[in-house]
Design a protein around this ligand. Structure first.
Ligand code: SAH
Ligand code: SF4
Ligand code: F3S
Length: 480
């Protein structure tokens, strides 16, 4: 998507102060610089963006790629590129470790390719200790920026191309939302769409509110216009993105609820499937359940993070719901939408978690019978209230609980999945199968994965598929 023709921008004038025009000016300038560099090195410069985090992180990568493509880079998906960008995540310790580990490899690449550029951005960069460490020990990194100023990438790229020193630009927070910048989608037929940024919930264990800033919602008109443009460009499925979509619109004037937004999205002609992520149980309204039940486009899938089934820990975590409330929500959802898939996130080993707390979690898990669950071992995040707690749980205890939980989650998921075997489902074909060239891979309305015989011409289309065999968490199907 291109919103302004870069060739029509007069670079003899100074950069405009208003956004997004300012960034288009810098895109035009970067395009000139990149073309010059390409001539010098004798090939079209390549760029690779690697995503480490969640769907929102992935959407940010698509925005970076949109700009890179506009300014003349050839996008590649391997890191032997002239420009490598790591879009980082810091939600758990191992997310950080992965980045440091791979930076070593990038350093060796850069030794072989002296004009190579390396940029780091995303959530990890919002932590001052991380930037300090990079400044001290990773001097070969060219550009560092954060989550709040990602829209300025073109401008930062120009700075970096002009400088032989590390360029760093990190903002603490922002209330800005810059619209209408280019985006390069990974899939032609589906797309994430941010509906809000940031998070105000401050769950006691979670770093996200500190690195993504305060909650701010995009205006409904902007969201609807973006989706209409996407549909005109071939998109059939959208995933509405926010850390807590159920509190969408609370800071807008006039206020708009998430359910109201969904009703408007539902009306967009040509759009076939609507997904959203993530729903916080504390704000899940009856109105939303009713809208989901009456819509033909909203997928029958609810990702509803539980975190723990212990009321005592839920309170300590600042989650603002009880196990009873959670179970009631599940019941309401299933009553209104009998075939809904319910998935969740669970943390094991929160500081002070007793065997009794853990059994409460197991109990909720057994009662709900999830279609699938992401289970995480608690990871201490410096700066969060939970990190100050003394009673961290020993590793062997956590590991034992984690394994017990995983077993129940597997068993229930498999049971739920098997119950669909033999049925015919509408599947959106997403890609060729990664292992077997004779198969394609797609997703059902409830987000389950199906592999079936097919070819590349089916990608991006809906087909009716009989689920012949359940392989635990996915199916082998046959087109009917
Ligand atoms: N906004 C979403 C979650 C985003 S983070 C929500 O509230 O549901 C995704 C998941 O990571 C969380 O649901 C939680 O289960 C997990 N998580 C977050 N912080 C964590 C930590 N410190 N240790 C382990 N898991 C964590
Ligand atoms: Fe983190 Fe809680 Fe916000 Fe989710 S709602 S991003 S878990 S603070
Ligand atoms: Fe990670 Fe940031 Fe997402 S910390 S989970 S990439 S919001």
């Amino acid at each position: 998507m291109e919103f302004m023709n870069l060739d029509e921008i007069d670079l003899s004038l100074s950069a405009p102060t208003e956004e997004p025009m300012r960034q288009y000016y810098y895109m035009a300038l970067a395009k000139k610089k990149v073309a010059e560099l390409s001539r010098q090195v004798g090939h079209t410069l390549t760029a690779c963006v690697t995503t480490f985090g969640c769907q929102m992180n992935a959407r940010d990568s698509e925005k970076l790629q949109g700009i890179l493509k506009q300014v003349g880079y050839e996008l590649v998906d391997h890191e032997e590129a002239d420009f490598v960008i790591y879009n980082t995540c810091t939600v758990r310790e191992n997310a950080n470790n992965k980045v440091y580990g791979r930076l070593g490899y990038l350093h060796s690449q850069k030794d072989k390719n002296p004009h190579m550029m390396i940029a780091l951005c995303g959530c990890m960069m919002q932590e001052p200790e991380v930037v300090e460490k990079l400044q001290e020990s990773y001097r070969f990194v060219d550009l560092i920026f954060g989550t709040h100023n990602l829209y300025k990438f073109a401008e930062l790229l120009c700075d970096s191309l002009d400088s032989d020193r590390m360029v760093i630009d990190i903002w603490k927070d922002t209330d800005l939302i810059v619209e209408n910048l280019p985006v390069e989608r990974k899939y032609a037929f589906k797309s994430g769409v941010n509906i809000m940024f940031g998070c105000n919930n401050f769950c006691s264990y979670c770093i996200v509110p500190y690195v993504r800033g305060r909650e701010r919602s995009r205006k409904p008109q902007e969201i609807l216009r973006e989706i209409e443009r996407l549909v005109a460009d071939g998109v059939k499925e959208v995933m509405l993105l926010g850390q807590n979509v159920n509190s969408y619109g609370k800071n807008l004037d006039p206020q708009v609820s998430f359910a109201e937004l969904l009703q408007e999205v539902d009306k967009i002609p040509g759009l076939e499937r609507i997904r959203f992520m993530t729903s916080h149980p504390k704000d899940l309204s009856d109105e939303l359940i009713a809208v989901m039940a009456s819509s033909k486009k909203i997928c029958h899938h609810m990702h509803l993070p539980l975190q723990t089934g212990s009321n005592r820990l839920l309170q300590e975590m600042n989650r603002h719901y009880t196990r009873e409330h959670y179970l009631e929500l599940v019941e309401k959802l299933r009553r209104a939408i009998p075939d809904i898939a319910i998935t969740t996130d669970i943390i094991v080993g929160y500081p002070g978690e007793t065997e009794e707390d853990f059994l409460d979690t197991m109990d909720v898990v057994e009662k709900v019978g999830y279609d699938s669950a992401f289970t995480f071992i608690y990871s201490k995040r410096t700066g969060t209230p939970a990190a100050k707690k003394e009673d961290q749980i020993p590793e062997d205890v956590v590991k034992d609980r984690f394994d017990r939980l995983l077993e129940v989650v597997r068993r229930d998921g498999q049971k739920r999945a098997e119950s669909y075997t033999g049925s015919v489902q509408r599947v959106l074909i997403e890609q060729m199968n990664e292992q077997d060239e004779a198969l394609v891979t797609g997703r059902m309305d409830n987000n389950s994965v199906v592999h079936l015989p097919g070819d590349a011409s089916m990608i991006g289309t809906f087909v009716d598929v009989k689920l012949v065999e359940c392989k635990g968490f996915y199916y082998i199907g046959q087109r009917v």
